[in-house]
Every structure is written in C-alpha cells, then in structure tokens.
Design a protein around this ligand. Structure first.
Ligand code: ZN
Length: 266
C-alpha cells in the first residue's frame, strides 16, 4: 500500500492524474505534507538524498516503487534488479578485498595464499564474499525477527525516533524487503569505482566507505521498520558480530587464518 514518506502513514494513492503528464500529488492526512515528493524527482536527486541519509528517500524506494515492493511471501522473493545489484556489490567487495591483499607488503611476503594461482585466489575471495554477504543477510533477518517482529512479542518500541513518532509499527514484516533495504543502502560499496578514475590511496578511504555503508543500512532499516536508531544500531551491531565470527571460522576452516586482519571487517 502507498506510504507517506514523511511520517510512514498509509495513503490511498500518491497522485491523481487528470490528463497525461498532468498530475497532482496527494497530501497526507496525518502529517499534512506531500505524501511522496520523489514521484516527480529524477534519479540524481534520489541518489543525492541517499548520500545525505534521508529516511524519506528509503521509504519511497522500499514502499512506493514497484521494485521495492518485493512481491510475494516467499523468503527470497526479491526484484530481479535488486538481485543484480546484490551480485554487483559482492563483485565490488571481491575487488576491494583482493586489492587490500595485494597492496599489503607484509601479506605479500608471508602469505602462502598469494603464491597460489590467480584463478584460485579469485574464486576463494569470491566464495568468501558471497558467504559473508549471505551470513550478514541471514543475521539481520534473525535480529529483526527477534527484536522487531510483532509476532515475537518484542516489537514494541518505547523510544521511537522523532521522525517516526506519528507512525505505528508494521503489523507484519516483509523479510524480502528487509534484504532489499540492506542491498540498496549498501550502494557505498560501489564508490571505490571512483578510485579507478582518480588516483586515490584506497586504503585511506576504506574505513570511510564502511562507515557510509553502516550508517546507510541503519537509516534504511530505521525508515522501513520504524524503529529507533538505538534499536536499529543494536540489531546491526549484533549482525556484524555474527558476520565477523563466521568470517573468522571460514578462514580458520580453510587454513588461511593469517589473512584475518585483511579479509575480516565491516
Ligand atoms: Zn504523512
């Protein structure tokens, strides 16, 4: 159902079309604002607002765009374009991790891994990144189920964020949309492409990219789940801890424990 991006209340429609190209945007009865101003905005404005961490833009993408609806009730029923973006994110992560390994002089001298063939190295890091991505998605879904889902009885939030104060918690949670929220808000992982165009020292900016991705993930989840920032960061922190523990187990089980400091991270 269409949602007001300002307060999260449901609205009957986002606009009324009087004639082709002549539309009037709906005003929300709850907060009296325009229900979804992004209907008339192009992609550049939407992307800039994503960079600025505006919760309204995530409500627009997750609730009011066909690709954000997610469709049916199956666990991994996600729009094909979002799946393609997920594949791209994993491939960018492979690039970042491999670059980090190859540019680290100590790893170059000591790691047996870097003496293996290029194909083996690529497939290993690809498997590691796909595993890391899946573990994080499952961990966030588990944390959302445990801490937010009203069916578990722990969905009541006593300290909602100010911007969401007028809206209530969703009565049920669409888990495909939780995954969609995480994927679209991880766009920051693609920023290293700029390093290919301009010659920056990537190592210096890796922490900044991780920070942008983490805060974007939190903003998207808080906007979609209508949870406070405290609760959102708590469930993301738990999920990251699970992810890092599983990464450590993966490296130990495959005999590459010496790569822990370079491959394990946010
Ligand atoms: Zn509203």
């Amino acid at each position: 159902m269409p949602t007001c991006v300002e307060c999260g209340a449901h609205v009957s429609n986002l606009f009324t079309e009087y004639s082709p190209g002549n539309i009037r945007l709906t005003h929300c009865k709850t907060c009296k604002s325009t229900a979804d101003k992004y209907v008339e905005h192009d992609f550049i404005i939407i992307f800039v607002d994503m960079l600025l961490h505006k919760p309204q833009v995530y409500r627009h993408l997750l609730c009011n765009r066909p690709e954000g609806i997610g469709g049916g009730t199956r666990t991994w029923d996600i729009h094909p374009n979002i799946k393609k973006l997920a594949v791209l994110l994993v491939l960018f992560e492979v690039y970042i991790k491999w670059y980090r390994l190859e540019s680290n002089a100590i790893a170059q001298q000591q790691s047996v891994f870097l003496t293996q063939s290029i194909v083996y190295q690529y497939l290993y890091i690809l498997l590691f990144c796909a595993y890391e991505f899946t573990v994080f998605q499952v961990a966030v879904r588990w944390a959302v189920y445990w801490f937010v889902d009203p069916r578990t009885g722990r969905g009541e939030d006593k300290h909602p964020a100010p911007s969401t104060a007028v809206s209530s918690h969703p009565t049920s949670i669409s888990y495909p949309q939780v995954t969609t929220a995480l994927i679209i808000s991880s766009f920051g992982k693609m920023l290293p492409i700029l390093m290919v165009i301009w010659d920056y020292n990537e190592q210096s900016y890796a922490w900044l990219i991780s920070l942008v991705v983490l805060t974007s993930n939190a903003e998207a989840l808080a906007a979609f789940l209508r949870t406070s920032y405290l609760k959102t960061y708590t469930l993301l922190s738990i999920s990251l801890a699970v992810k890092i523990a599983c990464e450590f187990i993966f490296l130990k089980a495959t005999g590459n424990k010496d790569l822990t400091s370079l491959l394990v991270g946010l």
